[in-house]
Ligand binder design. Structure first.
Ligand code: NI
Ligand code: MN
Length: 228
């Protein structure tokens, strides 16, 4: 079966990859747009891009209930293990690849910040390039535009997930340039419409993607699923 991606609102995603349930940046119980609660999701791996509350809020409770392995930059993996009793963690760093049972996860550069909710140092923020049996997904996660996105896309990206909310990340204008650099086959927006400061018109964004880039835009509502 093809990999299924469900948008859980904001920067949160749930992936069904073969027999594996993989979460990215679960921010569910306090998110105004999440269609699910942390108590109701399954996971055997949880990928964490950086330390901000809107990316780590529900990681520990889900990991401790499900036994999922938390995959994050070294400092954040260590923080979950030492401060939140998460038993299984994989600490990595930018440019490294973790070979996981569902595929390869490379931690990519992101230009952002990454303090953890209690003020702890969260290391550098990152994104994830997932090389799966049925394709490649690039989650830019929270970042500004940067020209090295061209290198990330060089190997061929089937689906890119880019932030478009502006204020805390790149906005729609810079996302168009990001799409040109990454050159994915398809692209979906994230990290917008969670709160008023990051409201965006996703349909207007999609129209621009169609006319200004070679990628096919996919606009999801929280809770909707696409196939890779
Ligand atoms: Ni952030
Ligand atoms: Mn964020």
């Amino acid at each position: 079966m093809a990999t299924q991606l469900k948008w859980l609102g904001h920067g949160s995603w749930s992936l069904k990859i073969g027999e594996h349930n993989v979460l990215l940046d679960p921010f569910l119980n306090d998110s105004p747009t999440s269609p699910v609660k942390a108590e109701d999701v399954e996971a055997d791996f949880i990928l964490v891009s950086h330390g901000h509350f809107d990316h780590v809020a529900d990681v520990a409770s889900i990991a401790n209930r499900t036994g999922a392995t938390v995959v994050a930059i070294y400092e954040i993996a260590d923080w979950f293990a030492k401060n939140h009793g998460v038993e299984k963690t994989i600490g990595m760093n930018l440019g490294g690849t973790a070979e996981l049972p569902f595929g390869k996860a490379k931690m990519t550069l992101a230009h952002h910040s990454s303090q953890l909710p209690d003020g702890s140092y969260g290391g550098n923020p990152g994104g994830f390039l997932l090389a799966l049996a049925d394709g490649t997904i690039y989650f830019a996660c929270d970042t500004s535009l940067f020209s090295d996105m061209k290198l990330i896309g060089a190997a061929g990206v089937d689906l890119a997930i880019l932030p478009i909310g502006d204020l805390f990340t790149m906005g729609p204008d810079d996302s168009i340039d990001a799409i040109k650099l990454v050159a994915p086959k398809r692209v979906a927006p994230a990290h917008y419409n969670t709160w008023p400061p990051i409201e965006q018109d996703a349909d207007a964004w999609a129209a621009r993607v169609k006319t200004e880039t070679s990628a096919e835009p996919i606009v999801l509502e929280p809770g909707e699923t696409i196939e890779l």
